[in-house]
Design a protein around this ligand. Sequence first.
Ligand SMILES: Cc1ncc(COP(=O)(O)O)c(C=O)c1O
Length: 384
Amino acid sequence: MKKGAIIILYFDYAATCPLDKEAAQLYVQTAATCFGNTSSLHDIGSQAKQLLETCREEFALMLGAHKEGVYFTSGGSEGNFLAIQALLSSTLKEGRHIITSIAEHDSVQHTLEKLKQEGYEVTALPFNQKGHIDLKELEHAIRKETVLVAIQHGNSEIGTIQPIKEISKLCRKNDLLLHSDCVQTFGKVNLQELTQAVDSLSISGHKFYGPKGVGMVYIDPRLHWQPFYPNTSHERGFRPGTVNVPAIAAMTLSAQKITAKLKEQHHQLMQLRQHFLEAIGEIDEQTIVYPADLPAIIGMRLKGLEGQLVMLECNRYGYAISTGSACHIGQQTPANAMAALGVTGKAAKEFIRISLGIDSTEETVRQLGKVLVSLVSSQPNKGS
Ligand SMILES: Cc1ncc(COP(=O)(O)O)c(C=O)c1O
């Protein structure tokens, strides 16, 4: 590091996390010693295949599910795309209508845009003021030609958790398949019950201190889906390409480490969130903090201050925060969660996201809070 350079404190864990050190070591070790192609029939290939199957079993255990339903992917975006395609290919129901939420991650939204071009109709539901899907609205949106519901578990921008169990009941009653993007919740909440309630879910390694470019999809093994890519043999037809065993092994280790301390982590994050909220208490009237179920994600607005400016100012002071989903950065489009909450125009562009993780401490969250207080206080009209 250059002499005098500012140390940047990281508050963007919902965008990505640093790689766990043990997972990094395992990655290097596996890449060097277990490098075979899992499809090769010789012993070097079989060794890699064995490790891959052990990782599949470990994920099945963590999800309380069958290992036959576990498929490794290149991450959450690809997982969402392939899971949705797989569910649509498996449905026996006639119809081309899909229900989703306005706040889905772009990887879901873009998949559904593509499906619209192919003749599907898509209904996107807003959030209520608590940041949740209204179950009555969902029930209303169901038509006889509805085949699929794609609704996220945790929101990446404001940290709300959707009532997937109740959504699942509606889906089962109406013979609809259900996909849930669990990228923001795996490693933060126990997903065992949810796994039983959905037909597919997706997760991504780098959101829980695993490597980037690796993820997992679970699909109920009772479904008979068709491969999206023709003649694919890897991952039993789910995804082509040589399987990234070192990354999968490293992701499995980081997943095991984090799922072993879910309660402890939740408690710590709740406390850190509370310290941060206390630190910005004096600018209460100039801030809007959105309700969250995941304590690690603080979605908020400083009234009258553009999010981009706040983010850049924080960066100048040595704090890395975000203006929402990393996919929107540089596009000047507001966070999807703002649209889902009906917040538009200038107000939507005020959105910032602070997300907490392994290196966040009481001291650093309070310091960040002070920076926000000073930004608001230095405004001529104090943001009102
Ligand atoms: C809710 C959600 N879904 C999907 C993704 C995409 O995951 P990946 O970066 O692994 O493609 C993200 C990443 O920001 C996310 O937050």
